[in-house]
Write a protein that binds this ligand. Sequence first.
Ligand code: SF4
Length: 334
Amino acid sequence: MNSTSYSDSFDFDLDGIVDLITRTGAATAGLQFPEGFKRRAFSMACELEGRTSASVVISGNPCFGACDVDMALAGEVDILFHFGHSELLDGMDNVIFMETPAKVDVIPVLGAAADELESGTTVGLLTTVQHVHKLDEVKSFLESRGLSCVVGEGDSRIRHPGQVLGCNFSAGDVECDNYLYIGSGKFHPLGVAVAFGRRVLVADPMMNTVEWLDPERILRIRSGIVAKCLDAQTFGIVVSTKVGQNRMELARRMAGLAGKYGKEHVIIMLDNITPEAMLQFKVDAFVNTACPRIAIDDASRFNAPVLTPVEFEIVLGERDWDELVFDEIREGAK
Ligand code: SF4
């Protein structure tokens, strides 16, 4: 699937955007996209300028989640449309979160999924914002195949029941035998499997594939990284300036722990945490308090091991090895 056809598989609701710009009389509009949707930016900007009287500005910055709203652009325009994510934080009055649901039919992949799940068992349903509008349909289908389904509410960082983020698996906190995750990629379902110690079946409606996940490999890799850091003496504790990723309080707690165990440490604050940006900081290891995915997805590209806060606590002996889970950014219960 090439990237043009990929973005064509989602509903950007252009008519709704035109309507909102017209109704509010916005003279300037901003557009912000995650990487996979950026190819649509130019044509969408041209179309919106043709159909409304607003002038459009596109955010060229990388965008990884709803935690990462381009606040500078939001300050420049009357209204900012942020695509691909659900709202995460309150107080962004001129930012409209366009969830951009996938148009794909999820039913074809569910037959194979139902064959994998034992009739009479209870399944926790999970997905990303792109398919969350299909969960009622998924539930009806699976119940017609003799399965019981539960959908967790999640905490206040979660906008829709059953929705998971790469930093928040709270919607998986339900009583069930197994989980069914509808979506692409393995990060979210691996996080769920590790967090709750139950099996996760991944049904990808884009690729029409079904697969049971085995979290053992990633746990082995993370255990190896923890083991490598047991003798580390100097730590860079990384904090993000991004509005929805900033965990300075946690970073200060990590710094306090480092001090308690006689480890040299410094807090490093930056916007985009990339291997290139960290290259000049000569430390034995980093402790990442920003987006939890950074420590996992890009692990091999950094010049020093990147620990999550949980892993750092294991390195210091504050936690046991069997408490190794993915880092999450959890917030209040709903
Ligand atoms: S912190 Fe990371 S996983 Fe969480 S919303 Fe932001 S980009 Fe996504």
